[in-house]
Write a protein that binds this ligand. Sequence first.
Ligand code: XMP
Ligand code: MG
Length: 184
Amino acid sequence: MQEKDLGADLRSVLITKQEIDARLAELAAKIDAGYEGKDLLLVGVLKGAVMVMADLARALATPVTMDWMAISSYGAGTQSSGVVRILKDLDTDIKDKHVLIVEDIIDSGLTLSWLLSNLGSREPASLEIMTLLRKPEAAKVDIDVKWVGFDIPSEFVVGYGLDYGEKYRNLPFIGTLAPHVYGG
Ligand code: XMP
Ligand code: MG
């Protein structure tokens, strides 16, 4: 994407579609190696993980099934509320299954700690995490994230599934918002 295509609401492209594709191909190869001979259930966290789920799933050679959970930890703005609510639970029983949580972004890690204990209590055979993006705050919580796409600065990002007030999810790249959009 060229600078001229960004429009007034975006400040910059942080990660291009090409960079995302290349990184997902690398991670897919590692994930394939990690689950050799096993059936894998990908659990996507709606709505942000839709794009990474679709692209990662297609990059994997491992046979997978997919299920989705919708949880809410953020309001319409850029601050974490710290409160996690289930908006949509999984359709399937994950007991004795190899489960890989596919996340768009880990910021404070609050959402993920909650998700790990929630899914962990359902007795899966294994439970791992793949996230496309991770912010520096996440380092403060003790969560073992097995696969990380990109470590990014502590800035609000949009695109490739990530939204600001439900907008920008369909951008093919990860971008940062212009300060005027969020009142900066
Ligand atoms: P925590 O802080 O619980 O947050 O790790 C994870 C969830 O917060 C959302 N989030 C963002 N969404 N741009 C977004 O569009 C961001 O920069 C951002 N940071 C956190 C996201 O829903 C994620 O699952
Ligand atoms: Mg969001």
